[in-house]
Design a protein around this ligand. Structure first.
Ligand code: GDP
Ligand code: MG
Length: 402
């Protein structure tokens, strides 16, 4: 604001125009209960508010609140124009500042000098940033289903979600784990991954097994399915856990719920009490299930939900992605010939133009000083600019007068 102090009997009040407030930032924030990007189908443009105007009496304007846009965990954020990965949003409440609000313009109180005690000049607010983003959702499984081939991992996934994994003897058919979303009640969902190929690939040391194992690294709870038909389910259990520990010792520390499967079969039921005792002695919780007659399937999922609520064993840090940004010199500028004038481009010069009050001489003079200072004036002269030609800076058109 341009304003002068007014008081009875005080003839020449000093400048007291306050500053403008900051514009709000635009921020993405992970909301753990979301699991799709569908809201962006209906709304694609988000604008944080401007800061408040400065007032008389050196009163600063209010800063605008930040605009928070909720996104589901697993959202990858790319700059649409450059393709650059801006962030990988995983952790609940993790935030990513997309665009910074501009700072408020300064009121005329700041422009008083010994020669000019009554500056009729102020500054407009700094323009905010704008960006086009591309959002990609990477489904992150909460629960990994592990176990030996034929234990019933795919059957379990198919029984509790709408996923349609291949069931039966297909250890190598899929290279990606199958994912499914189980809806337990209106606001409880679990993302489960059927992770095949543990034994099949991992011990051979070739790619297949380790690709699958990487997916388990991001899950927080494991359901370990035991094949009730196996000659030695306990040996299977140990073998799988050894594979896990070999690949990554942290994996073996993830909470496991053991599911003793195929309890619809009498010969499996006959083994149950012995296996149960043995697992409990080893300190594992075990639940008997059947994917065929759905025995205890809800029970095991709710148990997983409980375990997920507990804080993770080791702090799971969001992936730190080193992002290289070519340094942009704000003072750099370019000059191009246009049909009826000259176009000047540059960060500092464009920002300054946007912050100038063209109706205030003092404000315009400050802008001219910057042109001179950055060397824009000199370059324009060298390029051969003539009296009366137009200089374009962002959306402004200025006439060149020597
Ligand atoms: P995966 O290799 O661990 O994914 O195992 P699958 O889900 O492909 O199942 C292997 C075999 O076990 C298939 O023939 C299934 O029909 C069978 N199976 C899975 N769950 C049960 C169950 O609860 N009871 C019985 N009787 N058979 C099951
Ligand atoms: Mg399978």
């Amino acid at each position: 604001m341009v304003h002068f102090h007014r008081e009875k009997y005080v003839p020449h009040g000093g400048p007291d125009g306050g500053d403008g407030g900051r514009g709000g930032d635009v921020i993405l924030e992970v909301v753990p209960t979301l699991n799709t990007l569908v809201s962006f189908r209906y709304r694609t443009r988000y604008l944080a508010n401007s800061g408040g105007k400065g007032g008389p009496n050196n009163m600063s304007g209010k800063s605008a609140p930040d605009l928070i846009i909720p996104v589901p965990p697993g959202t990858m954020v790319y700059d649409q124009d450059t393709g650059e990965l801006l962030g990988d949003l995983i952790e609940p409440h993790q935030r990513l500042v997309i665009c910074k609000g501009g700072r408020g313009g300064r009121g005329n109180q700041h422009f008083a000098t010994s020669r000019n005690q009554a500056p009729r000049t102020a500054e407009k607010g700094e323009p905010g940033q704008e960006k086009y983003l591309r959002l990609e959702l990477k489904l992150i499984a909460d629960v990994g289903i592990i176990g030996v081939p034929n234990a019933g991992k795919s059957s379990l996934l198919a029984a509790v979600t709408r996923a349609t994994p291949k069931i039966g003897d297909y250890p190598f058919t899929t290279l990606e784990p199958n994912l499914g979303v189980a809806q337990l009640d209106i606001d409880t969902t679990l993302v489960l991954a059927d992770i095949p190929g543990l034994i099949e690939g991992a011990h051979t040391g070739i790619g297949l097994g380790t690709t699958f194992l990487r997916h388990i690294q991001r899950t927080r709870v494991l359901i370990h399915v035991l094949d009730g038909f196996s000659a030695d389910p306990l040996a299977d259990f140990t073998q799988i856990n050894n594979e896990l520990a070999l690949f990554d010792p942290n994996l073996a520390k993830k909470p496991q719920i053991v599911a003793f499967n195929k309890m619809d079969q009498p010969e499996v039921q006959a083994k149950w009490s012995k296996i149960q005792k043995e697992m409990q002695n080893r300190g594992f919780e075990i639940i008997e299930i059947s994917t065929v007659n759905r025995l205890n399937l809800d029970k095991i999922l709710w148990r997983a939900v409980e375990l997920l609520k507990q804080p993770p064993v080791e702090a799971e840090k969001p992936a730190e992605i080193p992002i290289y940004r070519a340094p942009v010199d704000p003072r750099a500028f370019t000059i191009e010939r246009e049909e009826n004038g000259w176009r000047v481009r540059g960060v500092a010069i464009e920002r300054s133009a946007a912050m100038t009050y063209w109706e205030y001489e003092g404000s315009v003079r400050r802008f001219q000083k910057l042109m001179e200072h950055l060397g824009v004036e000199e370059q324009l002269r060298k390029a051969g600019i003539k009296e009366g030609e137009t200089v374009y800076i962002a959306e402004y058109e200025l006439e060149w007068v020597d």
